[in-house]
Ligand binder design. Structure first.
Ligand SMILES: NC(=O)c1ccc[n+]([C@@H]2O[C@H](COP(=O)([O-])OP(=O)(O)OC[C@H]3O[C@@H](n4cnc5c(N)ncnc54)[C@H](OP(=O)(O)O)[C@@H]3O)[C@@H](O)[C@H]2O)c1
Length: 258
């Protein structure tokens, strides 16, 4: 018997877990992506692209095509999808495991302003013109139109639609992981005054924080949205821990579908 896993993806963790599970004949994995990235990295497992139609759509999907477990490995800021996963698995009665990497914490030498939202990040920016490094993702640019006086250096995976009001900007495309030396060189070359980032956590994009520390630059950190429920029944911080959970629960998960 195989354990059928629906893996909600869009992160490094999802891709790495898929790689690990694809080498183990006990598991059969379908990874799902929202479809935001034009050319996602190749996957080791079958992939479904596109939304389900909210929590009800996901629940309907799980009723038609039964899975033994859903693993939510979406990004810490993908709050809607995580909320849908909680509701749908609860309705259908399928176990849910959440993989959520630890948030970044400020260390000695960091000059952080922590804010609760992108709008608050915009408010935290100076009112006089600065050169702002925006590393918040291409779906999160609109609020910055409220301060068009700044020059924005926007780093994204795929070219974004930049609000018309943000007349002073340049786009840098690139997919992490980024090296700290390269980030320092970039911030120097672009004469960055302040860095804005989501508190995504993880290694792939942490170097911008380290680079800001090295250069003494302030960082505006948008903290994570609140989780959809106070505590997930099962929440693990890494791919290793998710693998360990699956190993420990393989028999009970497989027996669900017998
Ligand atoms: N938000 C970020 O900063 C960020 C950063 C890096 C990567 N990502 C990844 O980018 C994707 C979209 O992020 P988001 O913030 O736009 O999500 P979101 O706001 O939580 O989700 C919006 C809608 O997109 C669809 N969706 C999201 N993730 C999906 C998945 N893995 N598989 C199938 N459908 C999915 C769902 O549509 P339906 O309601 O129609 O099912 C969901 O309701 C996620 O996979 C996330 O892991 C997000």
């Amino acid at each position: 018997m195989t354990t059928r896993i629906l893996l909600l993806g869009g992160t490094t963790e999802a891709r790495k877990l898929a790689e690990r599970l694809s080498c183990d004949a006990r598991f059969d994995v379908l990874m799902t992506l929202a479809g935001r990235t034009q050319s996602p990295k190749p996957s080791a497992v079958a992939v479904r692209v596109g939304g389900f139609g909210g929590a009800e759509g996901l629940a309907a999907f799980l009723r038609i095509d039964p899975f033994d477990v859903v693993i939510d490995a979406t990004h810490p800021f993908a709050a809607q999808m995580s909320s849908n996963a909680v509701q749908a698995t609860d309705n259908v009665g399928v176990p849910l495991v959440r993989i959520e990497r630890a948030a970044w914490s400020a260390v000695s030498g960091d000059n952080w302003t922590c804010v609760a939202s992108l709008e608050a990040a915009v408010k935290a920016l100076a009112n006089t013109k600065q050169c702002v490094f925006l590393g918040v993702g291409r779906q999160s640019l609109d609020p910055f139109a409220a301060k068009p006086q700044h020059h924005y250096v926007i780093r994204v995976i795929d070219p974004p639609n930049v609000p018309a009001a943000m007349t002073h900007h340049e786009i840098i495309t690139g997919l992490g992981p980024f090296r700290i030396d390269d980030e320092i060189a970039l911030f120097r070359a672009k004469k960055i005054d302040v860095v804005v980032t989501k508190n995504s956590g993880g290694k792939a994009t942490a170097s911008k924080i380290g680079a800001a520390r090295e250069l003494g630059l302030p960082v505006i950190v948008v903290e994570r949205p609140k989780p959809p429920i106070a505590n997930y029944a099962v929440k693990v911080p890494s791919v290793d821990k998710a693998m360990a959970w699956l190993e420990a629960h393989y028999v009970s998960l497989t027996n669900r579908s017998v």
